[in-house]
Design a protein around this ligand. Structure first.
Ligand SMILES: C[S@@+](CC[C@H](N)C(=O)[O-])C[C@H]1O[C@@H](n2cnc3c(N)ncnc32)[C@H](O)[C@@H]1O
Length: 264
C-alpha cells in the first residue's frame, strides 16, 4: 500500500493532462477512450449482471494459481465477494470496451477471466472478434461460462487452466495477436514471461493492457521493464493500468496521463 501511495504522489508530480500532450495519437486515445461519456446499450446489461453477482452468496472454491489478493486469500469465496474485490471497475471495463471500439482488434486475449464480466465488455465491443480468456480456478471458470451464456456471448473461448500451460498452447496455433489484457498472476517473473510470449505474436497495431501496474514493487518493476523494451514505441501509464503499442516508424514515447481514470 505504501508503495502505491508513494508511486501515486510521484505520478501526480510527473504526469501530464491532455492539454500538455502534443501527440495527436495520444490525444485521440484520451478523447475517445478516457473522456468519451457515451453509454453504450450493452453497458446496461453488464451493469445489471454485475449488481446480480454482487448479491450472489453462492460459494466457490478457489485454486489461486497466481500472486493472490490484497483483500483475502481464502480457499472459498462467495461470488459476491469476488465481484466486489477481484473484478475490474466499471470505469476500467468501459475504457477497455472503448479501446477495442477504437482500434478494432480481431483477436483478443484476456489472462484472468474471474467471473467474466470484463470479458463481456471485451466481447461486446466487437462482436465478430475472437475472444479467448483463461482462468485457472475451475469453479470460477464455470461461473464465468454461465455469465457468458446469460449475456448471449456464445462465441467466447473460455479456457480453464494455468496460464503457464494454456498460453503456450493457444499461442502455438495463432499467427497474430491484436489485443491482450494481462490481469492475473501479478508477479514480476510471470508478467514478463507472459509479455514475451505474447509479444512474439504482436503486429504493429497490437495493443497490450496491463492491469495493476502499481500493485506491488515487483509489478512496477515488470511494467518499467516492458515500457523500456525496444519493441514498444508508445506506452501510456494511467496509474491503475498501463497500455503499450508496437506502432512502427515512431520515436519511442512514454506518457503518464493524469485523468479521473487513475484511481478507478
Ligand atoms: C484480477 S482477477 C481477473 C479479473 C477479470 N479480468 C475482470 O476484470 O473481471 C485474476 C484472475 O486470474 C486468475 N489467475 C491468477 N493467476 C493465474 C494463473 N497463473 N493461471 C490461471 N489463472 C490465474 C485468478 O484465479 C483470478 O480469477
Amino acid at each position: 500500500m505504501i508503495h502505491k501511495i508513494v508511486c501515486y504522489l510521484k505520478f501526480l508530480w510527473k504526469g501530464k493532462t491532455k492539454y500538455s500532450i502534443q501527440s495527436p495519437f495520444v490525444h485521440d486515445f484520451i478523447e475517445r477512450v478516457l473522456d468519451d461519456k457515451e453509454l453504450y446499450y450493452s453497458f446496461l446489461a453488464m451493469n445489471h449482471l454485475k449488481s446480480k453477482l454482487q448479491k450472489n452468496k453462492s460459494l466457490l472454491s478457489i485454486h489461486d494459481k497466481g500472486a493472490g489478493s490484497h483483500f483475502s486469500n481464502k480457499k472459498t469465496k462467495s461470488v459476491e465477494q469476488i465481484a466486489k474485490t477481484a473484478i475490474s471497475s466499471e470505469f476500467k471495463a468501459q475504457a477497455l470496451f472503448k479501446l477495442i471500439n477504437l482500434y478494432q482488434p480481431k483477436i483478443i486475449l484476456e489472462l484472468g477471466t474471474s467471473l467474466g464480466l470484463t470479458t463481456c465488455y471485451l466481447a461486446n465491443a466487437k462482436r465478430n472478434s475472437e475472444v479467448i480468456t483463461i482462468e485457472g480456478s475451475k469453479e470460477i471458470h464455470e461461473a464465468a461460462k454461465k455469465n457468458f451464456n446469460k449475456m448471449g456471448l456464445h462465441k467466447i473461448r473460455a479456457l480453464c487452466g494455468g496460464f503457464d500451460v494454456q498460453l503456450p498452447l493457444i499461442l502455438q496455433n495463432m499467427k497474430e495477436l491484436d489485443f491482450v489484457f494481462f490481469d492475473g498472476n501479478h508477479t514480476k517473473e510471470a508478467t514478463l514471461n507472459y509479455y514475451h510470449q505474447c509479444k512474439a505474436k504482436a503486429n504493429p497495431n497490437t495493443v497490450f493492457v496491463f492491469d495493476d501496474i502499481y500493485w506491488s514493487k515487483p509489478m512496477t518493476s515488470a511494467w518499467n521493464k516492458i515500457i523500456s523494451d525496444s519493441a514498444i514505441s508508445l506506452s501510456l501509464d494511467l496509474f491503475s493500468f498501463g497500455v503499450v503499442f508496437f506502432l512502427e516508424n515512431r520515436a519511442k514515447q512514454h506518457f503518464q496521463i493524469i485523468h479521473s481514470v487513475n484511481l478507478n
